[in-house]
Design a protein around this ligand. Sequence first.
Ligand SMILES: [Zn+2]
Length: 161
Amino acid sequence: MVDRCYMSVHCRREDRQRFEAIGFSLSYGESSNSPVIEMIDEEANYAHADKMPTDIPYHGLWAAGSEYGLGNLVCDGNEYIEVPATTDGFVVLWNYRWGLPKLKGILQIRRYLKLERKVEKLFNQLREAEPKHLFSPATNCCVKCGIHAEDDLVENQPCKP
Ligand SMILES: [Zn+2]
């Protein structure tokens, strides 16, 4: 059975090959030097159900297929969670009898957000650990590696003197 959709994940640079192995490639315009990279797969069969790694940190989303809706996913390296979500926000499971959201759905969204915060915190630590450029006010160039502050790639390039 084939039912493909668009998928995107943010992961550590070092985990790039894990996602390439199941069909992802580096997102257009993304720098492979960045400590956190975005990878996409425009033809993910069933959103790679059962193929997504469960032992590395990442978060992402999948678009709708013919027979399934769209959602967000996150893994902190121990736990993997999926929640139904659109570009407008989370999809809340509804209890029609009581006219309230289902508790199970709410708890799943809370769990998802907690894991996503944890992964994003780790990603920020990786970003901050990259060597930063030191621009001279006189020349606008990095005094360590010489790159110009207005270079298009400068935001994603760590300083490598
Ligand atoms: Zn530099």
